[in-house]
Design a binder for this molecule. Structure first.
Ligand code: AMP
Ligand code: MG
Length: 401
């Protein structure tokens, strides 16, 4: 048997998970339900947009030959958006009152905005400036019929949803959401709302992870926390594997005697790697349980969150050929002492302040991997490569949250 990749760089972990993409399914959904989904095919426009030359201003349309300017113009009619077609023959010295979005009358090539005109009487208007061939939106200038407006894998945010509608689609083919099961493990975990007994803490990871799953656009299924017993864990994993496309566990992957996730994966699972050079969050594992991919995330709340962002999210996105929703990388100037680590990609939680020269990064909070407050208060995560301790005023990469 090939040796299990152990304590590998983040890039190597990503290469491994990317070689096991989640199987996808396609469904057709109405635009009302397509926000945050990922397109399963490219979309070509059903129409020219705009479908006809039209005015981008309220004003007057006229024919301008590039030189002749009349003292005043005779107003021969009015065109409005989406009204019956009119056959107006507009000659030199004549103008048509036109509303935004109304089709440009034949022969016209210039729009004079209403603010740049003076009404003399009901049928006479004067232009305060010489006409220009401006403010015309030409047929197909946004997109031409048959052109690809959105590519496969596009994340449907507000602008992209608008494009679907503009191109004439009432429903769109999207990838089905993955159902992602979340199992936290640990005898000490109590659901919030119940009183804590000695030695107990509130279970928080499953809520944070469920929110991350939803942010990625998928369905989260939170299971009750599992006790630190092999039998309980195996039973819970069997249920989750049958019900979900992907399983996330938290806790139980370190060196402890009761870290059963690692033990049962070693004994009964199909393990692909264990431990990654990432701080916080070095203990994660990846593999399959009864054919279903599983990430064993660390128990510490900051660690599980960080590993989700750095490894789970890229895996889920790449399974759909999508890179979004976007997390922006930016440069930030270090303004507090921030420590890297010898061999890990180090993600410190920083507060970012925007300044004239760009972001400044501060680290006011205790950085323990159990200190969820440091994450909740943060705007960014440092992306310090292994062996890098930045100096004050040095510019570093950060992930903007
Ligand atoms: P473990 O990896 O199971 O040893 O957990 C590491 C630390 O994270 C311990 O202090 C746990 O109490 C804590 N922890 C584990 N799971 C959770 C959870 N679901 N919510 C909050 N804290 C947790
Ligand atoms: Mg534990």
């Amino acid at each position: 048997m090939a040796e299990l990749p152990y304590y590998i760089p983040v890039d190597e972990a990503l290469n491994i998970v990317h070689s096991f993409p989640l199987p996808t399914r396609i469904e057709h959904v109405g635009l009302d339900h397509a926000s945050g989904r990922v397109l399963a095919t490219e979309l070509k426009s059903n129409v020219n947009d705009p479908p006809f030359d039209n005015s981008s201003m309220d004003g007057f349309a006229c024919s301008y030959d590039g030189q002749t300017v009349h003292d005043s113009y005779h107003v021969i009619g009015l065109v409005q958006a989406a009204k019956d077609e009119q056959t107006l023959d507009v000659k030199q010295g004549e103008a048509v009152r036109i509303m935004t979005g109304a089709p440009l009358p034949d022969g016209c090539n210039a729009i004079i905005p209403i603010e740049q005109t003076e009404t003399i009487d009901e049928t006479t208007v004067r232009f305060l400036n010489p006409p220009k061939t401006n403010f015309v939106r030409y047929k197909g200038e946004n997109i031409k019929q048959g052109d690809v407006g959105l590519t496969k894998g596009t994340y449907l945010g507000p602008a992209q949803l608008g494009m679907c509608a503009t191109m004439g689609y009432a429903t769109v083919p999207v990838f089905e959401r993955f159902r992602i099961g979340i199992l936290s493990t640990g005898d000490e975990l109590k659901p919030p709302g119940e009183p804590l007994a000695y030695g107990e803490i509130y279970e928080s990871n499953s809520f944070g992870l469920a929110s991350l799953v939803q942010w990625l656009g998928h369905e989260s299924k939170r299971y009750p926390a599992v006790h630190d017993s092999k039998e309980a864990l195996v039973g819970a994993l069997d249920v989750a594997a049958a019900e979900c496309d992907l399983i996330l566990t938290s806790g139980g992957v370190s060196m402890g005697e009761f870290d059963h996730v690692r033990h049962v994966m070693e004994e009964q699972g199909d393990l692909k790697f264990w431990r990654v050079k990432i701080r916080p969050g070095s203990p994660p594992l990846f593999g399959f349980w009864k054919g279903t991919p599983i990430f064993g995330l660390p128990g510490n709340p900051v660690s599980s969150h960080v590993v989700f962002r750095m490894i789970v999210a890229p895996y889920v996105r790449s399974s759909l050929g999508s890179t979004q929703p976007i997390e922006q990388k930016a440069r930030a100037k270090v303004r507090d002492i921030i420590k890297g680590t010898a061999d890990c990609l180090t993600l410190r939680r920083v507060i970012l302040k925007h300044t004239d020269e760009g972001y400044h990064a501060f680290q006011p909070k205790h950085q323990g991997s159990g200190n969820l407050d440091s994450l909740s208060a943060a705007d960014g995560l440092t992306l310090l490569p292994p062996g890098h301790d930045p100096n004050i005023d040095e510019w570093i990469d950060v992930l903007v949250l």
